[in-house]
Design a protein. Structure first.
Lengths: 261, 69, 261, 261, 261, 69, 69, 69
């Protein structure tokens, strides 16, 4: 079985990636902490938001000065967009600014839950894919919607574990497994992971990767948590590939019974 | 020299004299390599920053990447 | 915060160990697989059983030929002992055979559950400690018993996550946390871990380490699972040290709301 | 606080119901068992399917002979419909056959998961409500979709606990609570309940009722399970209204400490 | 299958009881609320503490004036006792005061967890049983200890669900089921139940009954919660006797597929 | 007397002579109070069972309630 | 009439004159049917309340049932 | 030369002639460095393998380490 060293990678829209941990660049104390945490996470793909330049202070330090787009694959997101149109506009700007077409689509339903609006998400996916984007789509853990998004042409399905920034971990392992089993494109759990074991559980369910932001940024020591998450994703992947032991209701001795004095 | 009234990033501004999008960005001190511009809901290709002339009533969005989840 | 590289270690009976994963040497297909899995696990301490030599075939290959006692700290166990006396006899033999006094005491209550008999365990602990042993004691997740074992002088408390060989993971996180909080000696979860995330959860509860055998040996690919467990224990430890984010019932946006087009 | 005896009821489309347990009439051994189980459940609303009459044997016993539509409110469902059009056709026939306009809409996505197709469900809801139906809609536990269905005019939102016939109980309590908190129409958990405690948990989350079929029909003794479910729904409702005690990490003595000898 | 009405009872020390809910009489606002809650719970057995009479105000209202010992079986407990001797002294006084020999033995280990001290509990059980008491023993969820207590002669084994007053519900269903399967005397979950579904879960695991105090007394409306618990215990018992449906990973349609238009 | 070819519940049948929907149902021994009928994708109100004439090529669905989740 | 020094429920008290346990309880206004008494770590059977004489230095525990978990 | 009857690892064996524990182990082909021996419930220090004489009726346990959880 190929392991990380021997090139266990996964492919999104024709591009190969070694790290199955994707990290957001929001919520950090400052850009310096952002850079150190991203570095420690071993992530190759980082999500970024698209926002207006602050014209009154245009030369304030910028994310790109700390997290080099040549070293990391920037994955522009549509956080804050509540309609398909907003999402498409935002990503077109992002494509022009960054020059890439691999994007993260997230069209949210409401402020309190930040739950995806799957109807608008379907619409936006269609529009973006027609417009040549490679769409990694943030969605609910609804297997029917996940399937529809794949059929529209999304290059990765990213069901939530729990609401964004809630840190509650995977609430519905049954649905995540259904989505993994039915999908022919990478499935990444995005949003709701709170600690290392949550990330491992996602990988043990067969996910191809995990995307997170708050769990690292909001830890007391983000850099340490970034390293923890890196190891956790690799651990979960390896455990999944290794094929875990069966669960048994009763015990099973680990030492031979024979030969006792 | 007529003055023009445009909206940039949601704020209305008065500009004087003819200027290209490149001039405008330079005036604002913005590094044009790191931004993308939408003019009246149309994306302005970076290659044309130097040739696109700002017109009265233009609605401009100048964006860049910041930290996000 | 010190991390693995910078020497995050833990101490048992005055000896320092870097790896917080302790692995059993039972249930593998053969000695070769045992050696490769132990090697991949990064474990420094391995548990071994004490059994009669097979006199009809005394020169059959032996564990020590594959898992070098000079490289790994052998931790003789008392698996298969159901009384304090048996346990003491066995460990005296082990001490004579191996020359060390660091041992794993496990006095079991019955065949089906392999649950520890805490009364006999208390008795055996007392006898062994009087006899100069450093006792790492396998026990239930009863915080009163755990405390009593510590007061008797055990050098490490090893509550079970779930029955031996059940692979059910930590059944009672509340009790494990109570034991961790009250103990001044290392606390290691022993028995019942089934996959990587179980190991991380143990470390995220504040345990000093995890001891397992079946989860690695009974995986379809034990060597890969051994590496998964190594990473999982480190990931869980780091996540614990990093201080996880708070859990929230509602969402919390990871991208700034301001500056939206 | 009003309790069952003092008339704790809930309202669907202007009609009051005392029992918060709604039961399906499928999967029973025979009509006799169906009748006895429904009777034991105390349900006032029963779901029924709409199927072609078997013309080669038109006078075989019929559900209506055993479960009297005058005693129970028949709630025709659209089980087996995979598009909005099929659902509307089926319910129009049902309305003509039964003369009522209170219906259960379920438009499924696929055979394996029987997960609702929320897009088709939204479409069908709109068409049915325009056509004068009172729509109790089976949906996923997506709070955005649940909200959209309420805004379209559905008279009750019925999120699934887990896939139909899986008996897995509520997989995502977080989402069920979000839906309960945001809804101004009754919220009933439908599908996936497996045993009494599952039903109580649904009510303890604030649901107005529970709809189930397999959990009763597939029990070894359906009539006993029907009575268990009746009690469980009432128990959960009462516990919810009573306001449960706070959860505490440490203990809190139930007997006064003072006055000890 | 016999149900409550047709005489489903359980036997403790030769005496038959119909209600499987046993309730504590501590923590209520006042005696009046205690009486109403006990009455609503349908309990036949109530636990009481043994404390010094307040000689400066000997005629203050007494529990027995509100909860009539002729109507309810008083079960004196040894709450607050930390040694076997204290427990025996207390219960001898109780026997003299009440004239009964059915008692609840609880010997606690420490203030913070109120976890039972199983070693002292074993000792006290032996002494009490020799002295003619019928001992219902509060213990941990350790199946070996539970078995030992049964062999000593305890007439009922009462493992905790979670720490007293924590309201956390059953933390270790695996162990509770092991204890139920091995025991030939009634097994009652005692301590840690927080709401109705917790009580049902205990009964669904095969327990003969549930003993609680805080979950009722600390609810916002104790009388309503008492009724909820009564129904929940009956519901759980019935569900257990009815034999729940099997859990399935995938869906299983509740309506026949055939005969679709 | 011409014969008519109709489809009832997915099965094609040959009918002879003019007959109302009510006649058809009676011939099939179906209790018309407990069924609903769709004729060429149109619901047939129960009140008109006696007046609606079956025509050649009609596609009829005769349904009733059965047990369902 | 000598006085006696006894401890009742942990409090030391001075009693005068010979009195039975029954007298003592009555003086305290305690309903003897609802209590149990331990005297010098020995249970005093209720039937003997009337005959047991309090002696100097006695350690008495007078208990009853109160609400408990 | 008298013969001795001993039990080794639970099996009774007949041995002839005087022999030390070291001899016995060598006869069995056992590598004495990797084993521990208990004689009549007493641990035999490795250093004394060469001097301890096997006696009639001895109960010997010869153990070593094997894989275990």
């Amino acid at each position: 079985m190929k392991s990380i060293e021997e090139g266990d990678f996964f492919e999104i829209a024709g591009r190969r990636f070694r790290s199955r941990l994707l990290v957001g660049t929001g919520k950090y104390k400052d850009f310096d902490e952002t850079a150190r945490a991203i570095e420690a996470s071993g992530a190759e793909i980082v999500t970024v938001a698209v926002r207006r330049v602050n014209l009154s202070d245009p030369v304030q330090p910028m994310l790109t000065d700390f997290v080099d787009p040549k070293k990391y694959t920037y994955l522009p997101n549509t956080a804050g967009c509540y309609t398909a149109d907003d999402a498409v506009r935002t990503l077109r700007l992002a494509r022009e600014a960054g020059g890439w077409k691999l994007v993260k689509l997230e069209v949210l339903g409401d402020q309190k839950t930040l739950y995806p609006d799957v109807v608008e998400t379907l619409k936006a996916s269609e529009a973006l894919i027609k417009d040549g984007f490679d769409v990694m789509v943030y969605t609910s853990d609804d297997p029917i919607i996940a399937n529809a998004l794949e059929e529209i042409g999304c290059c990765a399905i990213m069901p939530l574990a729990a609401p964004i920034g809630s840190g509650l971990g995977i609430q519905n392992p049954v649905n995540i497994r259904l989505i993994v089993e039915q999908s022919n494109v990478p499935v990444l759990v995005d949003a709701g992971v709170g600690t290392a074991s949550d990330a491992s559980i996602a990988m043990e369910l067969g996910c191809d990767g995990v995307l997170m932001n708050t769990a690292i940024a909001a830890a007391k020591d983000p850099v340490a948590m970034a390293r923890a998450m890196r190891l956790a994703v690799e651990a979960g992947r390896l455990a999944y590939m290794a094929g875990r032991m069966p669960r048994k209701l009763y015990a099973d001795p680990s030492s031979p019974v024979g030969g006792l004095i | 020299m007529q003055s023009m009234q445009v909206t940039v990033n949601g704020e209305s501004r008065v500009l004087t004299g003819a200027l290209t999008l490149e001039d405008l960005l330079r005036d604002f001190g913005v590094d044009q390599r790191k931004v993308a511009v939408e003019r009246n809901l149309e994306i302005v290709p970076k290659s044309t920053f130097g040739t696109v002339m700002i017109e009265d009533g233009d609605r401009l969005e100048v964006v860049h990447f910041i930290g996000g989840g």
